[in-house]
Design a protein around this ligand. Structure first.
Ligand SMILES: NC(=O)c1ccc[n+]([C@@H]2O[C@H](COP(=O)([O-])OP(=O)(O)OC[C@H]3O[C@@H](n4cnc5c(N)ncnc54)[C@H](OP(=O)(O)O)[C@@H]3O)[C@@H](O)[C@H]2O)c1
Length: 392
């Protein structure tokens, strides 16, 4: 028994040493980020390793440890990239933000970029024309217009011919406005669904023959809100959840054609997505104009004005370094073995884990702390009844 225990210990030490060496080498070589899922996996394994080391009936636990090490090693994402030069990629919504930055980034890497823009004469499009190489083509593309999608497809088809289109990045998106779901006008729900989901589905359908020809990549910028409830995001989150599930099903449908599908779920990045002060007052007016008298009375106009601060708060906790999203989009487009899901940004992996694997009250508690939403803001009638109760 003692000998078995000693053999187990020796084996345990040998496996740990080999595993540690190989893992550190692979994590460094593939530039795996510290907040990545792989690191959580590594911590779980270390715990299992320690248990198996001290466990009296070491064999079973040791076998489990060895098997887990092997599984973990193969789960580390590999960054073997395919050649990018000359491969054609369409990105929607390149007027500003992530799409704009991705168009520049891919152009620098030698990719043949088709940058879809909402306004071909706008400042974002002009900047791309000025800064990028002659490889980049600006494409007028409002993803809610069937006519513009068709014209864009015909144009790109005549450029790529038999090569087909290597990649589509569904990036165009709108947030609408952050407010309680009850307050948001139906027009905001429709706008979010039309741009964030129907637009992406329509573009996918139109360009699919070109993508299948190249056995290429379908990449969508969804959102952390697409798989995790965040207060104030009812319209946006529902449209992103639709996009996320669309991509998940398309991944299965397109497998037989050799087309790979990936979804990116970023957390907060500082772009134009949170709108501007002028845009917020227009949204306030739109909300007020669509409320019934009793709802307006229950919430109070001052509540709406306070909600505006949420946009500032969200922008303040967002990162101005867009690199994590650009790197993940590149990996999804050009890695030999892309992931099906990416979570760039602060807490983009941890917050959905809290939602998925912990009791709801734990998630609700942290969501309230992290998003600061509704902490100090109360609708008028709730405020009044609390004051009354405190006075009684
Ligand atoms: N920034 C974040 O924190 C964050 C987090 C998670 C997910 N995302 C997603 O990332 C994507 C890019 O957003 P962003 O943060 O870069 O915000 P952004 O700067 O507002 O970029 C969105 C782009 O989509 C364009 N667009 C809007 N409606 C369109 C339409 N109908 N057809 C074509 N293009 C349209 C916008 O054009 P205009 O500028 O002319 O309006 C803009 O260029 C979005 O899908 C967003 O939901 C962003």
């Amino acid at each position: 028994m003692e000998l078995v225990q000693d053999e187990s210990m020796l084996l345990h030490l040998a496996v740990s040493a080999v595993f540690s060496g190989l893992t550190i080498y692979k994590l460094t070589k593939n530039k795996v980020k510290i907040e990545n899922a792989s690191v959580c996996g590594l911590l779980s394994l270390l715990t299992l390793g320690i248990i198996s080391f001290f466990c009296a009936s070491g064999r079973a636990v040791l076998t489990l440890f060895v098997l887990s090490c092997v599984a973990y090693y193969f789960s580390i994402p590999v960054r073997d990239m395919l050649p990018m030069e000359g491969k054609a990629v369409l990105i929607t919504g390149c007027d500003s933000g992530l799409g704009h930055a991705l168009a520049k980034h891919l152009d620098e890497l030698g990719v043949l970029v088709f940058a879809g823009v909402l306004d071909k004469k706008g400042p974002g499009a002009e900047e791309l024309k000025k800064i990028c190489s002659s490889r980049l083509s600006l494409i007028q593309l409002d993803v809610t217009s069937g006519q513009e999608i068709k014209t864009a497809c015909d144009k790109i088809k005549s450029r790529v011919r038999d090569e087909g289109l290597w990649g589509i990045v569904h990036n165009a998106g709108v947030l609408g406005y952050m407010a309680d779901g009850e307050l948001l006008p139906i027009s905001v729900y429709k706008q979010c669904l039309n741009v964030n989901f129907i637009g992406a589905a329509h573009v996918t359908k139109m360009f699919m023959p070109l993508l299948r020809k190249a056995k290429g990549r379908l990449v969508s910028i969804s959102s952390m809100a697409g798989h995790t409830p965040i207060p104030g995001f009812a319209a946006y989150a529902a449209s992103k959840a639709a996009l996320t599930m669309f991509c998940a099903v398309m991944r299965q449908d397109l497998f037989k054609w050799g087309v790979k599908v990936a979804t990116i779920h970023p957390s907060g990045f500082k772009t134009n997505i949170f709108g501007s002060r002028e845009n917020w007052s227009a949204q306030d007016q739109n909300i007020l104009a669509n409320l019934t008298a009793d709802v307006k009375d229950d919430y109070g106009e001052e509540y709406l004005l306070k909600l505006r601060e949420l946009h500032d708060e969200m922008a303040a906790i967002s990162s101005s370094d867009l690199t994590p999203v650009l790197e993940d989009a590149c990996h999804a487009l050009f890695a030999q073995s892309p992931n099906s899901s990416y979570t760039p940004g602060r807490f983009a992996y941890l917050i959905p884990c809290l939602f998925r694997y912990f009791p709801l009250w734990v998630y609700d508690y942290f969501a309230k702390q992290i998003f600061q939403i509704h902490r100090n803001i109360l609708p008028r009638s709730l405020r009044l009844s609390r004051t009354k109760n405190n006075g009684a």
